[in-house]
Design a protein around this ligand. Structure first.
Ligand code: PLP
Length: 425
């Protein structure tokens, strides 16, 4: 049962519900396996006849409780944790695509997503088309093919900070009878709940704001339960016809609205095994307990830093969807009126060299391959996360060669601004 609380309360209270005399704090079930009284009972679990735990690669109580909290926050019907955001992205697509299928993805995505879809999934026989997220509905329609199975995009793209017109993407996907998967890592459910705008499935890299302290790599997939797989059963045979590897179970028949997540768990997690360690899930849960407070401060600080940079003579350009000057200001106001994220992109007048030099002079902000944790950090995507891309691909993905990705932390904003000031001088 989903909690009927406000999001702030869910961050603190959802998930673990101790019964009388049980630990108040979510226990770490650091156990690979689970004991049963009879062999018959265990057999039923293997047949998915009964629900219960038998092996942590498939399910673990600590992991499940944390998945439930994220599920509640997003307003979904079922969720699963994965060992990384990459695994979440891969499973979310591969759960409904196979060799011979086609994926449409926004060109403004995380570099890892771009590589996964354009290189690795291609090797598995899954073709893709990358589309301009700002394209009109007519232009987007042209990208669809007979074998298109899914549309994938990010609510706020990393690192180009494109705010997705979720309703436009959902409408176009649904008019072609396929679901929209949205990576909601940067906005988090505190600022935006994509299901309310028509997205069908949400993925997260929990590594970022959800963990918030840069301790654990992790991911999550949440299903809204809204996509009618049976209605387009021919497209989604994996969900709507018997699974030979599970004694002929048909997921939509047996699990209804939980079909998608059950298949991802029973089939993909069973066979590919990208589970989070229960200890990491425990840490993730601690992060989630303060997500609402941290996200609010990240956004407040980032707004002030963005305004400082916008008015600084050394800055050539700046992108922050919270600035009125941003191309995405209107969309951000619509989809995330309380704030966007703590990440800012900007470039210096001296170009790529000046940007790199400035980063080396920062004292408080550290150069790290990370975003969205409590500490302010910087990254130069062209030399780091996106370095395998050609200049052409970089520009298509909205990543200028001089782009500095500044992840504003939750320190005192005056200290963050002073640090930037001294580095630019
Ligand atoms: C970091 C990130 C990912 C990948 O997640 P990992 O946890 O690093 O595997 C996917 N999408 C977005 C938007 C990200 O920022």
């Amino acid at each position: 049962m989903r909690d009927n609380f406000k999001r702030e309360t869910m961050c603190v209270q959802s998930g673990w519900k101790p019964k009388n005399g049980e630990p108040r704090v979510l226990p770490i079930y650091q156990s690979t396996t689970y004991k049963y009284e009879s062999s018959d009972e265990m057999g039923k679990l293997f047949d998915l006849e009964k629900s219960g735990y038998f092996y942590t690669r498939l399910q673990n109580p600590t992991n499940d409780v944390v998945a439930q909290k994220i599920c509640d926050l997003e307003g979904g019907v079922a969720a699963m944790l994965t060992s990384s955001g990459q695994a979440a992205t891969f499973y979310s697509i591969f759960n409904i695509c196979e060799a011979g299928d086609h994926v449409i993805c926004s060109a403004a995505t995380y570099g890892g997503t771009f590589n996964l879809i354009s290189v690795t999934m291609k090797k598995l026989g899954i073709e893709s088309t990358f589309v301009d997220p700002d394209a009109s509905e007519e232009e987007l329609n042209k990208a669809f093919k007979e074998n298109t199975k899914v549309v994938f995009a990010e609510t706020i793209s990393n690192p180009s900070l494109v705010v997705l017109d979720i309703e436009k993407f959902a409408k176009v996907a649904h008019s072609h009878n396929v679901p929209l998967i949205v990576d909601n890592t940067f906005a988090t459910p505190i600022n935006c709940r994509p299901f309310e705008w028509g997205a069908d499935i949400i993925t997260h890299s929990t590594t970022k704001y959800m963990d918030g302290h840069a301790t654990s790599v992790g991911g999550c997939i949440v299903d809204s339960g809204n996509f009618d797989w049976d209605k387009y059963g021919d497209k989604f045979k994996g969900l709507t016809t018997p699974d030979e590897s599970y004694h002929g179970i048909t997921y939509t028949k047996k699990f209804g609205k939980a079909a998608y997540i059950t298949k991802a768990t029973a089939q993909l997690m069973r066979d590919l095994g990208s589970i989070p360690s229960p200890h990491n899930s425990f840490l993730l849960n601690l992060g989630l307990e303060t997500l609402h407070l941290r996200v609010e401060r990240h956004c407040e600080n980032a707004q002030k830093v963005a305004e400082f940079l916008e008015n600084n003579d050394n800055v050539a350009w700046i992108d922050y969807p919270g600035l009125k000057s941003s191309k995405y200001y209107e969309l951000a106001q619509k989809y995330m009126p309380n704030g966007t994220c703590g990440v800012i992109s900007f470039g210096l007048k001296g170009g790529r060299d000046a940007s790199v030099k400035m980063m080396d002079k920062l004292k408080l902000a550290a150069i790290v391959t990370h975003v969205a944790d409590a500490r302010t950090s910087v990254l130069h995507p062209a030399s780091h996360t996106h370095r395998q891309m050609t200049d052409e691909q970089l520009i298509e993905a909205g990543v200028a060669p001089d782009l500095i990705r500044l992840s504003v932390g939750i320190e005192n904003v005056d200290d963050i601004i002073s640090d930037l000031k001294q580095a630019m001088e």
